[in-house]
Design a protein around this ligand. Structure first.
Ligand SMILES: [Zn+2]
Length: 511
C-alpha cells in the first residue's frame, strides 16, 4: 500500500514549473496555505496512535512541522533561524533541512527534494512525502506514509539481543553476541569506564523482563548486565576483571553474530617471543643420554681374543661422558654405570623419563667375516642392506637375556619398523645426528667404516628424542679388537662422537 503511494509521489512527477510556482506563491505573495486534516502517527507494532502532526497543504502537497515530526519520532532537534536551518539529531546522523531550499543534508550526503522546506510563522515545514523518501535509508525507523488515510506508520525494527557468550582465548577474550538480526558495524559502539565495558547496539532491543542467556562467565568477566537505554539503543555491560589493551568489534555482513575481541595481554609479539623461547628451551640439548650396550648376564659380542662388548661400551660411554662435560655445558646420564643387565626397553624408557634430548647407544659389532672392520652409525629405519639387517638382528637378539620378551616378539620385523617409524618423529634429526657422528669418526680414526645406515633396533624403539646406535668397530676383527681395548683409541672414539654431538647441537638448536 505504502510502496504504491511512494510511487505516486515520485519526484519526477512534479514539473519544475510547478515547484517554482509553489515557492513563488508562498514567498512573494505570502499566500495563505490551507490547513488540512492532521496526519496521525501510528506505531505499526501495536497500532497505537503516537501523536498527530498538524499539516498544511500547498497545491495538493502536504507539509508538516519539522518539530512535530522530530517529536513523533522521539528524536532531538535543534533549529537556527539565522541560518534558517532545522537539524534532526539522530543518534548517529544529523539531518539538516534549510528553509527556502530543497536540499537535505544527511551526514555527508546531499539529497534534493522536488519541493523546498518552508519557514512559516517561526516554524519549519517540510514536504513530508519527499522528506521521508529521501531520508528513509538513513534513519533507524521504517516509515510508511498512507496519503489517502493520512496516516504515518512508524516501525522500529526490533533487533533483539538474545545471547551472550564469553570465550577465553590465548591472549584475551572473545565476546559473542547474538541477535535476531544483523547489526551493521556502524550501529555498534564500544566504550569502557570504571571497570565496565559497554557494548551499545543502536536499534537494538533487549527484553529485560526475560533474562538474557549468558554463557562463559569467568574471572575476567564476572558479570554481564543488559539495559534498554532508550527506544533506540540496547546496552550490554561487562564487568571487567582484567585490563583491556585493545578492543575490536566484528560484524560480518548478514550475520546475526557480533564479535567483540578483547586483547588482555600487553603485546602479542612479546607473547610470541616468550612462547618461542619456551619452545626453544624445550628443544635445547641440555641432557644427553648415553647407553652403554649390553651388561650383566648379556655380554654382547665376544672378540676373538675374548673381549666383551659390554666392557668396551661402558668404557667408551664413560669417556664420552667426561668429554662432553668438558666441551659442553650439558648434563650427561648413562643408562648404566657398571656391569649390570638392563632390558632394552628400559634404556629408552629411562631416557624419556629423564627428558633426555639426545640418545646414543654404544656398541661394538661382530661378523663371521673377520675381515670386516670399522664403525657404523645407525638410525632407526627399515634396513636397506643385509649387513644392516644382520647388525640389528644381532643386537636385538639380546632379548633372549630378558625375562619378559613377549612385547618384542609380538612385533614382526615389518610391523616393528612401521610402529617405530610412526612413533619416531625424530627420524630426520636422528639421521642428521648419525651423519654428524659418522663424519667425525671418519676424521678422528682415519677410517671410512661403513658410514650411516638404517635398521630396526629394539633399543632405539620408543625414544622420544633424536637417537642413534653406534657400532664402534668389529670385535670379530683382530685389529679392531685391539684398538677397542686401547684407552687412547677409546678416547679418540669418544672425542669423535663428542664433536658429532657439538655439530648436531648447533644444527638442532638453530632450527
Ligand atoms: Zn651390541
Amino acid at each position: 500500500m505504502t510502496r504504491h503511494n511512494k510511487a505516486d509521489a515520485h519526484p519526477r512527477e512534479i514539473s519544475i514549473f510547478k515547484l517554482f510556482r509553489i515557492a513563488f506563491i508562498f514567498l512573494l505573495f505570502n499566500a495563505m496555505p490551507a490547513f488540512v486534516q492532521d496526519i496521525r502517527v501510528i506505531d505499526k507494532k501495536d497500532d497505537k496512535t503516537l501523536t498527530t502532526l498538524s499539516t498544511l497543504e500547498m497545491e495538493g502537497y502536504k507539509f508538516v512541522k519539522a518539530r512535530d515530526l522530530a517529536d513523533a519520532l522521539n528524536i532531538d532537534y535543534t533549529q537556527n533561524f539565522e541560518t534558517k536551518q532545522f537539524i534532526f539529531l539522530f543518534q548517529q546522523i544529523s539531518i539538516i533541512v534549510t528553509a527556502v531550499n530543497p536540499n537535505i543534508i544527511i551526514g555527508s550526503h546531499i539529497k534534493q527534494m522536488p519541493l523546498e522546506t518552508l519557514l512559516y510563522h517561526s516554524n519549519f515545514y517540510i514536504p513530508i512525502q519527499y522528506f521521508l523518501h529521501c531520508v528513509q535509508d538513513f534513519i533507524p525507523f521504517q516509515v510508511e506514509f498512507d496519503t489517502k488515510q493520512n496516516i504515518l506508520y512508524i516501525s522500529r525494527p526490533a533487533n533483539t539481543i538474545v545471547k551472550v557468550g564469553i570465550e577465553e582465548k590465548e591472549n584475551g577474550l572473545l565476546l559473542r553476541i547474538i541477535a535476531t538480526d544483523h547489526f551493521p558495524l556502524d550501529d555498534i559502539y564500544l566504550s569502557e569506564t570504571n571497570g565496565w565495558l559497554y557494548v551499545d547496539f543502536y536499534g537494538g532491543f533487549i527484553d529485560t523482563l526475560s533474562s538474557l542467556h549468558v554463557k562463559g562467565l569467568n574471572k575476567k568477566i564476572a558479570s554481564v548486565i543488559p539495559f534498554q537505554l532508550s527506544n533506540e539503543s540496547a546496552r550490554i555491560a561487562f564487568k571487567l576483571g582484567t585490563k583491556i589493551e585493545e578492543k575490536t568489534v566484528y560484524s560480518e555482513e548478514q550475520s546475526q553474530e557480533t564479535l567483540v575481541s578483547l586483547r588482555t595481554e600487553k603485546n602479542i609479539s612479546q607473547d610470541l617471543l616468550v612462547e618461542l623461547e619456551k619452545e626453544r628451551e624445550k628443544w635445547k640439548i641440555d641432557l644427553i643420554i648415553i647407553d652403554p650396550g649390553h651388561g650383566g648376564r648379556d655380554p654382547g659380542a665376544i672378540g676373538k681374543n675374548g673381549t666383551y662388548e659390554k666392557k668396551i661400551t661402558l668404557e667408551i660411554a664413560k669417556k664420552l661422558k667426561t668429554e662432553i662435560e668438558k666441551q659442553l655445558d650439558v648434563k650427561v646420564l648413562l643408562t648404566r654405570n657398571n656391569d649390570v643387565f638392563l632390558p632394552l626397553e628400559r634404556r629408552t624408557k629411562y631416557a624419556n623419563q629423564k627428558n633426555g634430548k639426545l640418545f646414543l647407544s654404544i656398541h661394538a659389532d661382530s661378523n663371521p667375516h673377520r675381515g670386516l672392520s670399522g664403525h657404523t652409525v645407525y638410525f632407526m629405519g627399515p634396513a636397506k642392506t643385509e649387513e644392516a639387517r644382520r647388525a640389528a638382528q644381532l643386537e636385538n637378539s639380546v632379548i633372549r637375556f630378558e625375562d619378559t620378551r613377549n612385547h618384542y616378539e609380538e612385533l614382526s620385523d615389518a610391523s616393528f619398523i612401521l610402529a617405530a617409524n610412526a612413533q619416531n618423529s625424530f627420524n630426520k634429526e636422528s639421521q642428521a645426528f648419525a651423519s654428524a657422528v659418522n663424519d667425525e669418526l671418519k676424521n678422528e680414526t682415519g677410517r671410512n667404516g661403513y658410514g650411516v645406515r638404517q635398521a630396526g633396533f629394539y633399543v632405539l624403539y620408543g625414544a622420544s628424542m633424536p637417537n642413534i646406535l653406534i657400532e664402534t668397530g668389529f670385535l670379530s676383527n683382530s685389529a679392531n679388537e685391539l684398538d677397542l681395548n686401547n684407552k687412547t683409541y677409546q678416547q679418540k672414539i669418544a672425542r669423535a662422537i663428542c664433536q658429532g654431538i657439538i655439530k648436531m647441537k648447533s644444527q638442532f638448536e638453530a632450527m
